[in-house]
Design a protein around this ligand. Structure first.
Ligand code: SF4
Ligand code: SF4
Length: 95
């Protein structure tokens, strides 16, 4: 992808046409990925509540998985998963 020069950017470098954040695959930055063990998960939704990128996916009131296109791998979900459950482990990304 050819980057624009500063002369081609909109005045003030504003981002026109918001909301467009879903188009940016911020998961590309990740060095570790959260992996949910559904044998342990109680669907308490703490990981969903605390994820800063809305990357914990739910369906019908249950945790369904992780949106790896946008998860940045911060590990907050693994930290807030209750210690007695520890259903999320952070695993190194393959490069
Ligand atoms: S690692 Fe961070 S961004 Fe990814 S799902 Fe967990 S809390 Fe969200
Ligand atoms: S915090 Fe842990 S137990 Fe709770 S929904 Fe998330 S993965 Fe499941």
């Amino acid at each position: 992808m050819k980057l624009k020069s500063w002369k081609e950017l909109p005045e003030g470098a504003i981002i026109p046409g918001a909301p467009n954040s879903p188009e940016f695959k911020t998961g590309d930055w990740r060095t570790e990925r959260p992996v949910i063990n559904f044998d342990k998960c109680t669907h308490c939704h703490l990981c969903w509540l605390y994820c800063p990128d809305s990357s914990i996916l739910t369906e019908n009131g249950k945790i369904k998985g992780v949106d790896y296109d946008h998860c940045k791998g911060c590990g907050i979900c693994a930290e807030v998963c209750p210690p007695s459950i520890k259903a999320i482990t952070m695993e190194k990304e393959e490069v």
